[in-house]
Each structure stands twice: as structure tokens, then as C-alpha cells.
Ligand binder design. Structure first.
Ligand code: CP
Ligand code: NVA
Length: 309
């Protein structure tokens, strides 16, 4: 049994194996409908319990389809209907019940500590479905999407990030270290990652560069990533922060500094950080990106159950 919380804590070899498995599984079910089950139903009889303490559309749907396609089932708990928070039931007791009734637990939360606390008491795998410090399932899936579209190992590509230093970027930084790809980060100086992330970058051999001019960050890019400037529960002066990012909008002019065949990716939901014309252009691969989460999360589930490959 394995947990899937942060990319930085998972060996690069395991991450690569997940991607290889996802590729095989995706191509093997080309002609199947969403609810048809993969050959061999590797997670037959297994129950994935998921809980979202913050909003979600894609993660919720993609984990549901992922476990279904592997032959198992999913149950989504509403945090306001549990005793856990207001009712005063402990994480320890909740975790024991989850472990007795289910086979894996996927949690989206506003607390990294809560994920660690659950991990301590669960005897089933826990998967991080987004936390303040990481969005690991999203970024592993995005590495898959980049390689699928570009038909090259990501280590041979220039990846750019234009946006805030948030959970998604933290996972992209970890991915850059694990998969050894060049990552150019473009954001105002004030919004560069915190000390903990900068020291993680420093401690590991890396190809990560910071720019406070968007055009420099996207120069020669094969892929441009972005995300909302204001994340969920971001407790900032929103108008001021959006103002600081004014020069970091992804539009036709900015895209012209990247390679001609550069693609645009965004985990969604979007804000105003990307121009509508770019978002709906051929260069934008956001719908393929979103759907690929099903395929990669299936392999993440198999990894957690020790059933990969
Ligand atoms: N990208 C992503 O995680 O989307 P949701 O918040 O809708 O799950
Ligand atoms: N950074 C965003 C990602 C949403 C999927 C957030 O945390 O709100």
C-alpha cells in the first residue's frame, strides 16, 4: 500500500511507472465508453471514499470515473455531514472508520497537516486531491498530457509557468526536479515561491529559473502553463493582487515569444489570466488535459494498491 500526497516524496521511478501504465491503459480502452470497465477489472470490489472540503468539478468527476473504470466504486462524503469538524469527532476515529469501510481515501483540504494526520491513522492509502501546498494528481497528469501531445520526453522540452506561486506551481516545481525538465517561472518578484520551496529547489539538482518579465519567461517555450491568480481561499486583497499580475496575461502577443508550436495548458477553472482568443485557440489543449486526469488517476490508484503494471 502506498500514499500519494506530494510529488517531491515519491521516487521519480515510481512517477514514471505511473505515466507508462496510464499510457497503456488509455490506448487499450480507445473504443470503450466512460463506464465500461478495463479488462481484468483490477480494482473490482474496491471502494474509493472521496471528500472535498473545497469546491471541485474535475477532480471529483475524474476520480469517480477512474475507480469505476478499474472495476471499483466511489462514494463522495460531504464534510458538513460528518461529525469530524463541528461534531468534534477526531481524525483518528474518523480514519479508523474510513479504513474499515473503504479501500482508499481521496481528500481535498485546506490543511496539509490534516492530510498528514489522516495518513497517520489510516490503514488504507490516502490521495491528496489538492491542498494548500500541492496539487500532485493534477501535475502528474499534466506531465502525461505534455508528453502525449509533444511525443517527446518532457526532459527535452522547455516548460514555462506564468502565474502565482501556488499549490499547482509547487507540484510543477517538484515535477521539474523529478523528471528533470527546464522550468521558467514568470511572476512579479513579490509573488515568487516561499522560503521552504526555494530551499527545496536549492537542495536538489534543478533546471528552474525565475523571471519577473513574462516575455522572458516564455521565450522558446514548448508549453505555457497558467492558473488563476487568486486561488480558492486565497486571503489577499484581490484587486491589488490582480493588478500586480496585469503584465502577466497570456495573450497573442505573449504567445508570440514562445515556439511556434507552443501549447497552452491550464488546470481550470480559469480567471482572467488568459485571453479568450488563446484559451479557445488550437494551441490550447485544456480539454484534453482535463480528461487525461481520469487515465493518470487510474494508474495512481493502482500504484496505491500495489497493482501497477
Ligand atoms: N483542476 C482541478 O483540480 O479542478 P477542480 O477544482 O474542478 O477539481
Ligand atoms: N490553484 C488553484 C487550483 C484549482 C484547481 C486553487 O487552489 O484554487
Amino acid at each position: 500500500m502506498k500514499h500519494f500526497i506530494n510529488l517531491k516524496d515519491i521516487p521519480a521511478k515510481d512517477l514514471r511507472e505511473i505515466i507508462i501504465d496510464a499510457k497503456k491503459r488509455k490506448s487499450a480502452r480507445k473504443n470503450l465508453n466512460h463506464l465500461e470497465i478495463d479488462k481484468g477489472a483490477p480494482l473490482k470490489g474496491k471502494l474509493l471514499i472521496q471528500m472535498f472540503e473545497k469546491s471541485s468539478l474535475r477532480t471529483r468527476l475524474s476520480f469517480y470515473l477512474a475507480i469505476k473504470q478499474l472495476g471499483g466504486s466511489a462514494l463522495t462524503l460531504r464534510p458538513d455531514e460528518l461529525h469530524l469538524s463541528k461534531g468534534g469527532e477526531s481524525i483518528e476515529d474518523t480514519a479508523k472508520i474510513l479504513s474499515n469501510f473503504g479501500n482508499a481515501f481521496m481528500l481535498r483540504t485546506d490543511s496539509d497537516e490534516k492530510l498528514e494526520e489522516f495518513k497517520k491513522y489510516l490503514s488504507i492509502p490516502i490521495i491528496n486531491g489538492l491542498s494548500p501546498s500541492s496539487h500532485a494528481t493534477q501535475i502528474l497528469s499534466d506531465v502525461f498530457t505534455v508528453e502525449e501531445i509533444k511525443r517527446k520526453p518532457i526532459s527535452k522540452l522547455n516548460i514555462s509557468w506564468i502565474g502565482d506561486s501556488n499549490n499547482v506551481l509547487n507540484s510543477l516545481i517538484a515535477a521539474s526536479i523529478k523528471f528533470s525538465f527546464r522550468l521558467n517561472i514568470g511572476c512579479p518578484k513579490k509573488y515568487q515561491p516561499n522560503k521552504k520551496i526555494l530551499s527545496y529547489i536549492k537542495k536538489n539538482r534543478n533546471r528552474i529559473f525565475f523571471y519577473d518579465v513574462a516575455q522572458k519567461a516564455v521565450a522558446d517555450a514548448d508549453v505555457i502553463f497558467s492558473d488563476k491568480v487568486i486561488s480558492m481561499n486565497d486571503k489577499v486583497n484581490k484587486i491589488r493582487k490582480l493588478n500586480h499580475f496585469k503584465k502577466f496575461k497570456i495573450d497573442k502577443k505573449l504567445m508570440s515569444f514562445a515556439k511556434k508550436n507552443c501549447i497552452f495548458l491550464h488546470c481550470l477553472p480559469r480567471g482572467k489570466e488568459v485571453d479568450e482568443k488563446i484559451f479557445s485557440s488550437k494551441q490550447s489543449k485544456v480539454w484534453q488535459q482535463a480528461l487525461n486526469r481520469v487515465h493518470v488517476q487510474k494508474s495512481i490508484l493502482l500504484y496505491c494498491f500495489g497493482k501497477l503494471g
